[in-house]
Design a protein around this ligand. Structure first.
Ligand code: BTN
Length: 245
């Protein structure tokens, strides 16, 4: 992965360019990376703050020959890969908050956005967007993010090499992608659960229309979160924001 790298000093969103390249038959493993994004996108149409010079803003194109229901598993594969890359390069422990947040001391260090070009039968392209806060200082974050976001440099107390991190992230995604294709999702699911903060906790899952509280039991093979409410009913949660006390 990452043998074909497309680098931009500044662009609107690496996701957008990766979608375009996917349609122009770019090969699997193509990586779009930018120093700055003007309109970085997060989940649920949120903005993703992507200033120049401090973070890693990149999108990786994969073409797994799989049905579209398998796509959420790639968010989990990527999470585990990034957790290990951060441990290796920075020596920092990272926790995963379902579905796609990586946290240090409860603050967001990385977000993952997995998008698809697919029909009902198969995936044509899978675009994994990764936003990693690396060398921001506290004052670099806008006021509204102070309580919820942090950077690797802040957690470690010294600057971190972005080049080294990108290299190790790709290395581990490639490794887990191969493991997944050879052995299926189970080994990755177990690893993911070992890093996840949400599992076993009493949480509230908020979707656009609804909110359900209960104990997070674990995830399914499709990466769906299972939540048991006080009456013992188990709810599958496909997409939500998670809160806990
Ligand atoms: C989230 O936590 O909501 C996901 C954030 C994903 C941000 C990354 S940065 C690189 C790529 N390009 C985008 O516009 N978004 C993703």
């Amino acid at each position: 992965l990452g043998r074909n790298i497309v680098f931009y000093q500044t662009l609107d969103s690496t996701q957008k360019i990766a979608h375009q390249l996917a349609q122009e038959s770019a090969p699997e493993g193509t990586l779009v990376i930018a120093e700055e994004q003007k309109t970085g996108r997060g989940r649920m149409s949120r903005q993703w703050y992507s200033p120049p010079g401090t973070g890693i803003w990149m999108s990786l194109l994969l073409r797994p020959e799989l049905p579209p229901q398998k796509a959420p598993q790639f968010t989990l594969i990527t999470s585990v890969a990034i957790v290990q890359a951060i441990e290796e390069v920075c020596g920092l422990q990272v926790q995963i908050k379902w579905p796609n947040d990586l946290l240090i001391d409860g603050k967001k260090i990385t977000g993952i956005l997995t998008e698809l070009q697919a029909d009902s039968e198969r995936i044509y392209s899978l675009i994994i967007g990764m936003g990693m806060n690396v060398n921001q200082k506290q004052a670099d974050f806008p006021e509204e993010l102070h309580e919820i976001a942090t950077s690797l440099a802040l957690a470690k107390g010294e600057p971190v090499s972005r080049a080294k991190l990108v290299q190790r992230v790709l290395f581990h995604i490639e490794r887990y992608y191969k493991m997944y294709m050879d052995k299926g999702f189970e080994p990755i699911k177990l690893l993911w659960e070992s890093y996840a903060v949400t599992i076993g906790k009493h949480i509230t899952a908020r979707t656009l229309h609804d909110s359900i509280s209960g104990v997070a039991l674990g995830i399914t093979d499709e990466g769906v979160l299972l939540l048991e409410d006080k009456d013992g009913v188990v709810h599958p949660i496909y997409s939500a924001d998670i809160e806990w006390l």
